[in-house]
Design a protein around this ligand. Structure first.
Ligand code: FAD
Ligand code: DHB
Length: 389
């Protein structure tokens, strides 16, 4: 087999890149380890920056998002005593879009089907070769047969546990990591949202987040110890805990119901530099992980794709190397700013086991500073709605 860009991973990064490239006639083959059903069933991100919304529109997958996505003008940061409204629209002129990652990947798969691009599912033992040569190739097993895919470039869109990052020699990589001592337990439930905008709550019992997917589907989270498992959390226990962590005014409106999904995600900050090794380019979670508190994971994947699709189009169509030479540095500038924001939001909103009383005061006064200073609120809003590409 032969293509121009081999894309490892058919999650949001790989699909969006494939979509943007094929639309202008750059050929791709996507190699995905799991089934399509599995990719579409992974409940993850829920908030899109407007830059990601525009990019999805440019990719030709904006129609359903335009009808079913819910634009939000702001969100709330709270503790027990204080609810601070962050009015994105007033502070920055911009909004964010509530539209789940599963919807984004559903739309991308449908668009790729319409275009007739090649996406192979269930591929095993992917291995990337000759990255320092003019032509590279990828070997893998598919439907019991050993296969070889020749290509000009390889996009590593295969997430944190993928093979792409590990193909870069260890001595050529710098990794930066912080693992947080807690996770998020998330549930989906067919109930009306407790509030019309998201609530990020720093309570003395730990963090909670009230998010949503639509007017009758909520996504709620609570901070839990890393040692907890989903089995430790019955629906009743979840609702009780969630309810005491959100402001009482909101809790009085809370509608509970059975959960239809429940999962625990650990929190981590991670960056691997550089993003380019010869003909290989890392994109999204393959290169970096943010704790979910700033809603940046999927959005960073989109901005990486934005930089890389332009660079690959220039390289394939005009033989211009500038974009691919600058990709790593360009993407990393934005990645590090999102890392800082996500770390700051995580520190501001969570209880850390064994912390001193000073830490709690710092969190409290950060919230009070936000309440009193429009400058502080604008700074948070600018980062939350997404820094420019
Ligand atoms: P992925 O979505 O990880 O996709 C990578 C794809 O590559 C997968 O389909 C995988 O099967 C495939 N793959 C892996 N290895 C191979 C291989 N060797 N060969 C072929 N294919 C391979 N972000 C938020 O903003 N908010 C959230 O609430 C949020 N919650 C999250 C919860 C969890 C449990 C996780 C793991 C992430 C969460 N994120 C969240 C982050 C967000 O979902 C990711 O940033 C986003 O999915 C990144 O997209 P990606 O395409 O780069 O990687
Ligand atoms: C959601 C997840 C987040 O991490 C976040 O910051 C906001 C919303 C969500 O799943 O809806």
């Amino acid at each position: 087999m032969k293509t121009q860009v081999a894309i490892i991973g058919g999650g949001p990064s790989g699909l969006l890149l494939s979509q943007l490239l094929n639309r202008v006639g750059v050929e791709t083959v996507v190699l995905e380890r799991s089934t399509r059903e599995h990719v579409l069933s992974r409940i993850r991100a829920g908030i899109l920056e407007w830059g990601a919304v525009d990019l999805l529109r440019e990719a030709g997958v904006g129609d359903r998002m335009g009808k079913e996505g819910i634009p939000h003008d702001g969100c709330y940061m709270t503790d027990e005593d204080l609810m601070v409204h962050i009015d994105f629209k007033h502070l920055t002129g911009k909004q964010v879009m509530v539209y789940g990652q599963t919807e984004v990947t559903t739309d991308l798969y449908a668009a790729q089907d319409t275009m007739g691009t090649q996406i192979l599912h269930g591929v095993e033992d992917v291995s990337i070769h000759d990255l320092d040569q003019t032509q590279s190739y990828v070997t893998f097993r598919h439907e019991g047969e050993e296969k070889r895919l020749d290509c000009l470039f390889v996009a590593g869109c295969d997430g944190f546990h993928g093979v792409s990052r590990k193909t870069i020699p260890e001595e050529k990589r710098s990794e930066f990591e912080r693992v947080y001592p807690f996770g998020w337990l998330g549930i989906l439930s067919h109930t009306p949202p407790v509030n019309d905008e998201l609530i990020y709550s720093n309570s003395r019992h730990g963090f909670a987040l009230a998010s949503m997917r639509n007017e009758n589907l909520v996504r709620y989270y609570v901070q839990v110890p890393l040692t907890d498992t989903v089995e430790d959390w019955s629906d009743d226990r979840f609702w009780e805990e969630f309810s005491r962590r959100i402001p009482s005014e909101a809790a009085s409106r809370l509608v509970t119901g059975p959960s239809i999904e429940k999962s625990i995600a650990p929190l981590r900050s991670f960056v691997s530099e550089p993003l380019r090794w010869g003909n290989l380019f890392l994109v999204g979670d393959a290169a970096h992980i943010v704790p979910p508190t700033g809603a940046k994971g999927l959005n960073l994947a989109a901005s990486d794709v934005f930089y890389l699709h332009q660079a690959l189009i220039d390289a394939v169509k005009s033989n211009s190397q500038t974009g691919i030479e600058e990709y790593s540095a360009r993407a990393l500038q934005r990645i590090w700013k999102a890392m800082r924001f996500s770390w700051q939001m995580t520190t501001m909103l969570h209880r850390f086991d064994g912390e001193d009383s000073f830490a709690e005061q710092m969190r409290k006064s950060t919230l009070r500073h936000l309440a009193d200073s429009e400058t502080a609120r604008r700074d948070l809003a600018e980062n939350y709605i997404g820094l420019p590409y």
